[in-house]
Design a protein around this ligand. Structure first.
Ligand code: CA
Length: 225
């Protein structure tokens, strides 16, 4: 247990970004905000509330109200679920099984506030034996932080709770703002580029490694962990 891996959720554990992007575009457009699917990938990692807050400032030049943030966020969450279930990212189960075999700590660090997804993690990623891969104690979610990604707070919080040194902790991220959060916390960031952005967007945020897919990450882990 002398290494900890902090997994982002959307785009790392779940192939959920295409549905998130579609839901954001539809709901923001309905509220008169010109927010496209690609804006979703650029903003990925922020909490839903921050995405709405920033979009209203940028597109309408005014502050948002608490009520409208919650209205839009609820509508977006509902639309996301209507679009159907999301499935794990290819080969991430192999990465989890490998790290588990190596007795590493496995954490989820996400801007998501979708509690049902957290409950389903152990159904989606079952493990042989009695201990689950994911526990609520090893999750940092939108409910646990005052500042979400790209602020370093979520990853700092996971590091503090891990009880390990920073050089024993690794962030696994797919989004530029998530990489910024991890590097702001002075941790090693292993980026897996599962979305449509160019790898440069991840290197520009100082990702230590950028892999095309989970198979690439697994190979690196097998050589280094
Ligand atoms: Ca992500």
């Amino acid at each position: 247990m002398n290494k900890a891996f902090f997994f982002d959720m959307d785009g790392i554990l779940f192939d959920s970004m295409p549905n998130h992007a579609r839901a954001w575009e539809e709901v923001m457009t309905r509220h008169g905000l010109d927010f496209r699917a690609e804006d979703c990938y650029i903003n990925e990692g922020r909490t839903g509330q921050d995405v709405i807050h920033e979009a209203i400032i940028a597109l309408e030049g005014r502050e948002s109200t608490e009520d409208e943030i919650w209205d839009i966020y609820e509508e977006k969450t509902r639309r996301f679920y209507e679009l159907g279930p999301t499935y794990p990212i290819k080969d991430v189960d192999k990465v989890l099984r490998y790290l588990r075999k190596r007795e590493c700590q496995i954490w989820v660090v996400t801007g998501s506030g979708q509690a049902t997804l957290f409950d389903h993690l152990n159904e989606v990623f079952p493990v042989e034996g009695k201990n689950p891969i994911f526990t609520r104690e090893r999750m940092v979610t939108a409910f646990d932080v005052s500042k979400g990604k790209p602020d370093p707070e979520p990853y700092l919080k996971a590091w503090q709770k891990s009880g390990l040194r920073k050089d024993q902790c690794y962030v696994i991220e797919n989004a530029p703002l998530g990489v910024r959060s991890g590097k702001g916390a002075e941790l090693t960031v292993l980026a897996v580029n599962t979305g449509p952005l160019a790898p440069k967007a991840l290197y520009d945020e100082r990702a230590d490694y950028v892999f095309d897919d989970m198979a690439g990450l697994l190979q690196w882990l097998q050589n280094n962990v």
